[in-house]
Write a protein that binds this ligand. Sequence first.
Ligand SMILES: Nc1nc2c(ncn2[C@@H]2O[C@H](COP(=O)(O)OP(=O)(O)OP(=O)(O)O)[C@@H](O)[C@H]2O)c(=O)[nH]1
Length: 845
Amino acid sequence: MSTSPPPSSSPPLAPFPLSSYTAAMASVETTQQPRDVPAQTYLGNSVIPIVNKLQDIFAQLGSGAAPIDLPQVAVVGSQSSGKSSVLEALVGRDFLPRGSEICTRRPLVLQLVQLPKPKQTKEDGGNEEGAVGEGEKGGGVQKQREQQAEWGEFLHIPGKRFYDFSAIRSEIQAETEREVGTNKGVSDKQIRLKIYSPHVLNITLVDLPGITKVPVGDQPSDIEARIRTMILSYIKHETCIILAVSPANADLSVSDALQMARIADPDGSRTIGVITKLDIMDRGTDARNFLLGNVIPLKLGYIGIVNRSQQDINANLSIREALAQEESFFRSRPVYHGLADRCGVQKLGEKLNVILVQHIRGILPDLKARINTQIVTLQKELASYGELTESKAGQGALMLNILTRYSYAFTSVVDGKSEDMSTTELAGGARIHYIFQSIFVKSLEEVNPCEDLSDEDIRTAIQNATGPKNVLFVPEVPFEVLVRRQIARLLDPALQCARFVYDELVKIMHRCETFEIQRFPNLRRRLEEVVAGFLREGLMPAETMITHLIEMEMDYINTSHPAFIGGSRAVEEALRGRSAKVQQHLPRPRSDSEMAVERAVLVEKKNRGILARSALPAPGTENGPRTERPTTSGSSIEASGKWGLSSIFGGGADGRANGRDQMTGKMFATDLNPAVEVTSGIQLREVNHVKRDLHSVLIRRLYREDFFAEMLQEKEEIAVRRRRCKEVLVVLQQAAWTLEELPLDYTLPQGSFMMPSTGAASGATQYSLDKGSSHMGSLMGNMPSALPGSPRFGSASRLVRRSYTGDGIIPGLSMPGSFGSVGSPLSSSSFMKESLNVVPYLGML
Ligand SMILES: Nc1nc2c(ncn2[C@@H]2O[C@H](COP(=O)(O)OP(=O)(O)OP(=O)(O)O)[C@@H](O)[C@H]2O)c(=O)[nH]1
C-alpha cells in the first residue's frame, strides 16, 4: 500500500465529513432539536448520550459490577487482527498503544462523545463544513481551536483532560502496566476512556484483548481460555453488539472472532462482521464474497476495512491520510464498486451508530423495568440489614425489639402461627404433638409387660415369698416385686419423650434466629447460650418429675382399681368360665361388678384408643381394641396357660396386648375421673414454661445497658453489604432519574425491532448517510414518534417520580421492620396470655 498523501485534487478530509448528520448530533448535547433535521433522527440519537450517562453512573460501582447490562459495542478478534486499528480509525485519532510488541492486555471501554462543532469565522479561514485537515488552510488559530475541541478523559484520573492524544496512549500503556506489569500479562480490569470530539459518533466501544493460542511472557498456560472467558463475559449479554474483526488474509471459516460471536449470538442478530487487511490479500483474490455474506452469512452483514499497515504507522501516516488512502483503495478496485455501503471505516461508523441506536431503543423499556425491579429488590435487602444506632436509648429499643421478636417467633413456631412454616416436614408445635401422639405412644406400646417374666419366674418368686411353709393363699409380696419391675420399664420411653421435646425446642431456638440476629454475632452467641440454658433448666425438673411419677406408680399398686381383677376374682372368673361352657349359647345377665368393670375398661379403652389412635388398628379389625371384657371370652386363665401379670390385669388369650393396654391405660387413666368424657388426644394442659417465661428470661439476662454496645456490634460482612447496597441504590436511582429524560414511547412497534439488514436490496438505501440526513429519517421512519412536545412525552418522568416518592430511598430511608417500636405486636403480656397445655410431667419444659 502506498503511504503517499492523497492526490491534491482530493478535498480536505475530516474523519467523518457528515455535515448534516454531524449538525444533528451536535444539537443532542444541547437538547435543542435542529430545524433541518428530521425529528426521528434527533430522537433516535438522543438515546446514545443517555446510555453513555448511564454507563458513567454504573461505572461508579467499579468495573464489571454494574447491576444492569448496558448497550455497548465490543470489538473481538484474534490477536493482531486489526481491532485497535479499527477503533482508532473510528475515533479518527492515534491514541492506542502500538508497536510490534504491544497488544491490548486489558479491556478498554471507549466512550465516544460527540461535541458540537466549533464555530468558524472568516478570519479563521474555515469553510462551512469545518472539515479542515491538519496543516491545511486556516492556520494556527483554527488548528488550535480544533485541537482544544477534542480531548480524552480517563475514569481513573477524574477531571484531567488529555488534549494530546499521544499522552492518552502513554497513559493507557502505563495504566495497563500498573495492573499487569510489563511482561504480556492480561487482566479483565477495565480501563475507561472517554473521547470528546466533534468528529466522532456517539458510540461506546470495548476493545478486548485478542485471542492468543500460545502463552508468552507472564501469561498463564491457560491464557487462551482466560481471554475467551473474558470476551464471552462481554459479548454474552443481549445488550452487546459484537464487532467481529477478521483479517481478510485468513480464511473466514477459521476466524476466532466469528466463532466466538456465534457462541454468544447464535442467530447472528447482533454481530457485525468486520474484514480488515483487504489491501494485503493474496494477489488475484478479493473479499467480495466475504462482504456479501456468501461465505458465512450474518444478519447485520459485513464491512470491509483498510487500516494503516505497520509500515504506515512507522512512517507516521496520520489517520486522516489513512482514510484517504482507504477511500482511494476502494475507488481503485472495481471489484468493490458495487459494495460502497459495505466498504470503509466511515460506513462502519455510520452502520454502528444506526444499529446501536436501534438496539438501544429496543432494550430501553426493558432496561427501565429492570432498574426499577433492582431498586425494589435492593430496598428490601437494605431494609433487612437494619440501621445502626449509636445512642443508648436507640440501642435499648433495638435490643428490646430483637428480643421481643425472637420470643414472639419462638411462640409462633410452637403455636403453628409462624409465617414461614415448612410444607415439607413437621416442625415446632406440630412436631411436639407428633412426638407425643406417635413416637411416645408407640414406644409405650412396645413395652412388653411380661418381658423377662415367665410363669416359672412367678412360681419361684411365690415360693421364695412363702419361706419354709406351705401357704394356702398366694402372697402379695412377689406380685408387687414383679409388677414394680415391669412398671420401671415405662421410665425410659417417658424420659426419651421428654428428650425429644427438648431437642425440638432446641431446633426451634435455631430456627427463630432471624437475619436481624445474625447481624450481631455477639448477641446471637449470648442469646443461644441463654435460651439453651433456659431449655436445659426446664428439662431437668421435667425429667425429675417423670421419674417421680413412675416411682409413685411403683410404690403403690392400686389393686382397688375396677379394672384390677385380683386373685379371688380370677378364680371366680375361671369357675364361671367352666359353667359358661355348659350354657355357652344362653344369654347371661351381667352382674353389677361386671358392669362396673366393663365401664372402667371402656373408659380406659377410650383413653387408650385416643392416645394411640394413630398407632392402633381400627376397632373390629383383628388386633383392634376389644370392647368385650377379655376374661369373658371363654379363654380362662387356665386355658390361656398364663396366670401372671396379664391374667391379673384382665389379660385373655392375647395376654400380651391386653397387658400392654392395661399398663398404658394405667399410666394415663389413673388420675382421670371415669365420668369425664375425653374428647381429644393427648391434651397439653399445663401452661408451657418456655412460652410463658422465655421473654422475661431474655430481658432479665440480656437487656442490660452495659451489654448493648458489645451485643450490637455488627458483623463486618453485614456492614460491607449494607454500604454496597446503599451505593448501588444511589447509582440505580441516578440511572432511573436519567431515564426520566427519555419519553416512554420510543419502543418500536411490535415485531419491528430488527437490526437493519445489509442484504443487497436494503443495504444501499439504509447506509447512504453521506447523501444527506433524509436517509436517517427513512431509516427511523418505522419508529413511532415520541417527541418532547407530544402529549405522551413525560409520562415516563411522572411514572418514575411516582415510584420513588415516599419509598424512602436513601437518604432518609424508611425501612419496613425498622427497630425502635417498643410497643411491638407482642409485648410479653400478650403472649403470656397464651397458654399451652402439656402432659403434666412435661409441663416444666
Ligand atoms: N496492511 C494492513 N495492516 C493492518 C490492517 N489492520 C491492521 N493492520 C496491522 O496489523 C497489526 C495489528 O493491528 P492492531 O490494530 O494492533 O491489531 P489488534 O487486533 O488490535 O491487536 P491486539 O490488540 O494485539 O490483539 C498492526 O501492525 C497494524 O498496522 C489493515 O487493514 N491493513
